[in-house]
Design a protein around this ligand. Structure first.
Ligand code: HEM
Ligand code: HEM
Length: 226
């Protein structure tokens, strides 16, 4: 048995910051009132995290790259038939990959519609002033209706799946904390690079992501003030 670095530090920080932010987003939306200021700020944070993850999915550690866990129909079929080649045991397995991609897509939709939403009382996303009334209505309806429901359902499924895997002897949470999996065939497995250099690079990508979010919000706010 040997240890393999699967989740680099940037991926792990991304995950736990995202999880915390999403819980706080749902709570702040339910509290409403002044908490909506916090809601929108946290929403910008998730926007930056998602942009970062998109970039990290191309240039990040070996097992964080989208190409390493693309859930193609062939890989899904094989996995469901019980074939688990070594590459599906290291990073996300094909079924997990499907849920990860669904969560990232649904969270992106939630951020996009949040930026466009308007509660018609006190709070509006920064892009509401740049869009037509019909688009703002549609975005608000999606954000508070199906968007909210999809996120709650996918997160519940995510946590239940992780409990089910733990039940069957696959401890997935520890690697998402420490970064490492212990495997018998470790010698045959590629590792995720996770050095001071790659971590610094991730920080630069996160700063760039935050700059994009800042620019989008400023652009929207400029129209709201006009
Ligand atoms: C709102 C809450 C949560 C959200 C939005 C969320 C989202 C995600 C996402 C997007 C990934 C993919 C990571 C990546 O490759 O970038 C992931 C993986 C993972 N999450 Fe969460 N997560 C949440 C809560 C949790 C909780 C509470 C736990 C622990 C019980 C957890 C444990 C894990 C684990 C173990 C993985 C890796 C799964 C694997 O090995 O394939 N997550 N999560
Ligand atoms: C993943 C990120 C987000 C999640 C999970 C989320 C979640 C929610 C939820 C659950 C509600 C509905 C509360 C209710 O009435 O039941 C809501 C409302 C709202 N959110 Fe978000 N939100 C996110 C991102 C954003 C962003 C980025 C913005 C804007 C900057 C935003 C702005 C709003 C506004 C203005 C409302 C009130 C809409 C209305 O009442 O029509 N949200 N959000």
């Amino acid at each position: 048995m040997q240890s393999v670095r699967v989740w680099d530090l940037p991926t792990r920080l991304f995950h736990w910051l995202l999880a915390l932010a999403v819980v706080a987003l749902v709570v702040s939306a339910k509290v409403g009132g002044d908490a909506m200021n916090l809601h929108m700020r946290l929403g910008y944070g998730v926007f930056a995290l998602l942009l970062f993850r998109l970039a990290w999915g191309v240039v990040g550690g070996r097992w964080s790259r989208f190409a390493s866990f693309a859930p193609t129909p062939a890989r899904l079929r094989a996995y469901l038939k019980g074939h688990t080649p070594i590459d599906t045991q290291v990073g996300h397995n094909p079924l997990g990959a499907l849920s990860v991609l669904a969560m990232l897509a649904v969270l992106s939709m939630q951020v996009g519609t949040g930026l466009l939403a308007d509660d018609e009382i006190a709070y509006a996303g920064p892009l509401a002033a740049r869009a037509s009334e019909a688009v703002v209505k549609l975005a608000s309806r999606y954000h508070t209706g199906p968007g909210q429901a999809l996120i709650l359902a996918l997160v519940a499924l995510h946590v239940l799946a992780i409990i089910a895997y733990a039940w069957r002897g696959h401890a997935l949470v520890r690697p998402m904390i420490s970064g490492d999996k212990t495997m018998a065939q470790a010698a045959a497995v590629a590792v995720s690079r996770d050095t001071a250099g790659t971590r610094l690079f991730a920080l630069v990508l996160l700063a760039l992501s935050a700059a994009v979010v800042y620019a989008v919000v400023r652009w929207g706010d400029a129209a709201a003030l006009a």
